[in-house]
Design a binder for this molecule. Structure first.
Ligand code: NAD
Length: 256
C-alpha cells in the first residue's frame, strides 16, 4: 500500500518508534530511522522487510540537527511523505523537586521537536498533495498523572499541535493525527517498573501488575505492533478524512 513512499520516524531505534517503522515498512514504505544507541540492528530489521532504509542520528532537542535530518531524508529519498513524531523521554518527580534541566529537555524532545519536523516536512507534502503526520502523544495528552508535570504538559501540547496542523491543512491531502497509548512495555516504561519494584520490594512481574492495576482496566500492555497497525490505518485511503484526532489505545484507561 505504501510502495514508493518514504516514512521518517523519530526515536525509532527502539520501542514504539521501531514498531511503527516496521509496520510501515511491511506496507512497502522506505524508512528513515532516528534515535540514539544501536542503529545497525534496527536498520537490518527494516532492510529484511525488503525496503530501503537510512539512519540519521539527529538529537531531537536541537533545531539545527532536526533541520539536518530533514534535509538528509529529502536528499536520500526525494521527500518525506509520512512523518511520525515519536521521540520522547520521561522523568518522574513532584513539581517542586522537578529538575529544571529535565523540564527543558522533555519539552524540547517531546513537544518542540514535533513542531520543527512538521514545519520542515509540510512544504513537500503540500506540493505533492499527500502527506501523513502522525504524532505519538500519550494518554497523558488527554489526562494527567501526579509527578509527570513536564511529560503531561508536553503531551497535551502535542495533541494541540496535532489539531492545528490538521486544521491548517484540512483542504489538502495532508492529514495529521495523534496516537495516545496507555502503558506499552518499552525501555521507557521498564524504568518505571524497575522504580516501583525497588520502592515496594516487588518482583518485576508483580511491579508490572501494580502499574497496570492503577490505570489500565484491561490489565494488558498495548504493543508496538498494535500501534504500528493504527499508524498504517492513518496512512490508508480510509484515513483520508481522519483529521486532528487523538486516538487512544489504552485498555480502557480514559473510559473510567
Ligand atoms: P523508548 O525509550 O523505547 O524509545 C524512545 C526513542 O526516542 C529511542 O529511540 C531513543 O533513542 C529516542 N530518543 C530519546 N531522546 C532522543 C533525542 N534527544 N533525540 C533523538 N532521539 C531520542 O520509548 P517508547 O516507550 O518507545 O516511547 C516512544 C514514544 O511513545 C514517546 O514519545 C513516549 O512518550 C510515547 N509513549 C510511550 C508510552 C509507553 O507506555 N511506553 C505510552 C504513551 C506514549
Amino acid at each position: 500500500m505504501l510502495q514508493g513512499k518514504t516514512a521518517l520516524v523519530t526515536g525509532s531505534t527502539s520501542g514504539i518508534g521501531l514498531g511503527i517503522a516496521k509496520s510501515l515498512a511491511k506496507q512497502g514504505a522506505n524508512i528513515v530511522l532516528n534515535g540514539f544507541g544501536d542503529a545497525e540492528g534496527p536498520k537490518a530489521e527494516i532492510a529484511a522487510l525488503g525496503v530501503k532504509v537510512a539512519y540519521h542520528g539527529a538529537d531531537m532537542s536541537k533545531a539545527s540537527e532536526i533541520e539536518a535530518m530533514m534535509k538528509f531524508a529529502a536528499d536520500t529519498f526525494g521527500r518525506v511523505d509520512i512523518l511520525v513524531n515519536n521521540a520522547g523521554i520521561q522523568h518522574v518527580a513532584k513539581i517542586e523537586d522537578f529538575p529544571v534541566e529535565r523540564w527543558d529537555a522533555i519539552i524540547a524532545i517531546n513537544l518542540t521537536s514535533a513542531f520543527h519536523a512538521t514545519r520542515l516536512a509540510l512544504p513537500a507534502m503540500k506540493a505533492s498533495n499527500w502527506g501523513r503526520i502522525i504524532n505519538v502523544a500519550s494518554i497523558h495528552g488527554l489526562v494527567g498523572s501526579a509527578e509527570k508535570s513536564a511529560y503531561v504538559a508536553a503531551k497535551h501540547g502535542v495533541v494541540g499541535l496535532t489539531k492545528v496542523t490538521a486544521l491548517e491543512n484540512a483542504t489538502t491531502g495532508v492529514t495529521c493525527n495523534a496516537i495516545c497509548p496507555g502503558w506499552v512495555l518499552t525501555p521507557l516504561v521498564q524504568k518505571q517498573v524497575d522504580a516501583k519494584a525497588a520502592a515496594m520490594g516487588l518482583s518485576n512481574e508483580e511491579a508490572k501488575k501494580v502499574l497496570l492495576q492503577e490505570k489500565e482496566p484491561s490489565m494488558q500492555f498495548t504493543t508496538p505492533e498494535e500501534l504500528g497497525d493504527l499508524a498504517v490505518f492513518f496512512c490508508s485511503p480510509a484515513g483520508n478524512n481522519v483529521r486532528g484526532v487523538a486516538w487512544n489505545m489504552d485498555g480502557g484507561w480514559t473510559a473510567q
